[in-house]
Write a protein that binds this ligand. Structure first.
Ligand code: C2E
Ligand code: MG
Ligand code: MG
Ligand code: MG
Length: 285
């Protein structure tokens, strides 16, 4: 290294760090191949509406079926795709796949299909000048009405304003819903709700985890619901794993819940199955 030769302080690369850096480079290159070979899949997780437990919406979540590594988590490859820019191509493929999927469910199931599909969008996609046009084209090609689509963005992606917020206004004008994902974990300025067009707040799993106990998380889950309702927005609680959590959230006023308790992300969810919040043992009064 040049830095070493001039005697400047250099960062010490531990074998572990080196290994991880190399891993990122390898993964990054493999994402290109995976796109070409069609190794990505989209799975769908129900978002249920209480009290009936109807599947009101689904969230599209990407999966990578890697021939050697097996199922690779999006938490591992999305950040890599964001860094090397391939998220733009991958993200558009996910968006188109999801729009086509809901259009097909609507054609096949009629009113039994979910009302909406929610697609995660990275900051890097949102910041591209023609993102709203890309979305409009995906809707037109699939025949899905704009009102049947929501884009999920994080607070971090829109925190700095700029083109990302312009894109959200354009999407809104198309009739697409905007959801703020993982709400409460990022920069979390409630002021964002005044400057960014938002329809849905997804309250992060970290507030749901302990919502059955009296404590800080429950106070925050309660307050976030009040803010959401007061502003006329829709609150969705994420990561609901138990009936007790579902009941506690329902008592706070939440009507839309998502989590393993109601269904894991799968290729082909069963929309007819009842997903009521109550434990079997407590449903009999
Ligand atoms: P997210 O958008 O907040 O998605 C929710 C994550 O929580 C998903 O993980 C989902 O499988 C998981 N989850 C849902 N219910 C439960 C639960 O009850 N318990 C627990 N422990 N987990 C639950 P997944 O699919 O691994 O995705 C992780 C993150 O990767 C997503 O978080 C999102 O930020 C990103 N991601 C996933 N798919 C896409 C995509 O298509 N595009 C982009 N840009 N990002 C994506
Ligand atoms: Mg999401
Ligand atoms: Mg989320
Ligand atoms: Mg989350």
């Amino acid at each position: 290294h040049a830095a070493k030769q001039t005697g400047e302080p250099v960062r010490r690369w531990t074998p572990a760090l080196d290994e991880r850096a190399g891993e990122h480079v390898r993964l990054g290159a493999e994402i290109r191949t995976a796109l070409d070979l069609g190794q990505f899949r989209v799975v769908y997780q129900p978002i249920v509406e209480l009290p009936a437990g109807r599947v009101a919406a689904v969230e599209a979540l990407v999966r990578w079926e890697h021939p050697v590594r097996g199922l690779v988590s999006p938490a591992a490859f999305i950040p890599v795709a964001e860094r090397n820019g391939l998220i733009v191509e991958l993200g558009e493929w996910i968006l188109r796949t999801a729009c086509h999927r809901l259009a097909a469910w609507r054609a096949g199931l009629g009113p039994g299909a979910p009302d909406r599909i929610s697609v995660n969008v990275s900051a890097r996609q949102l910041a591209r000048p023609h993102f709203a046009a890309t979305v409009a084209a995906a809707l037109a090609d699939s025949g899905l009405p704009a009102s049947c689509l929501a884009v999920e963005v994080t607070e971090t992606a829109v925190f700095e304003g700029g083109q990302a917020v312009v894109a959200l206004h354009e999407l809104r004008a198309l009739g697409v819903r905007i959801a703020l994902d993982d709400f409460g974990t990022g920069h979390s300025s409630l002021g964002l709700l005044q400057t960014v067009p938002v329809d849905i707040l997804k309250v992060d799993k970290s507030f749901v985890d302990n919502v059955t106990e009296a404590g800080r998380h429950t106070v925050i889950a309660d307050a976030l619901f009040q803010v959401t309702a007061g502003l006329g927005l829709t609150a969705v609680a994420e990561g609901v794993e138990t009936a007790a959590q579902a009941e506690a959230l329902q008592r706070l006023g939440y009507r839309y819940l998502q989590g393993y308790h109601f269904g894991r992300p799968v290729a082909d969810p069963d929309f007819a199955a009842a997903r009521t919040p109550l434990r079997a043992a407590t449903t009999v009064a």
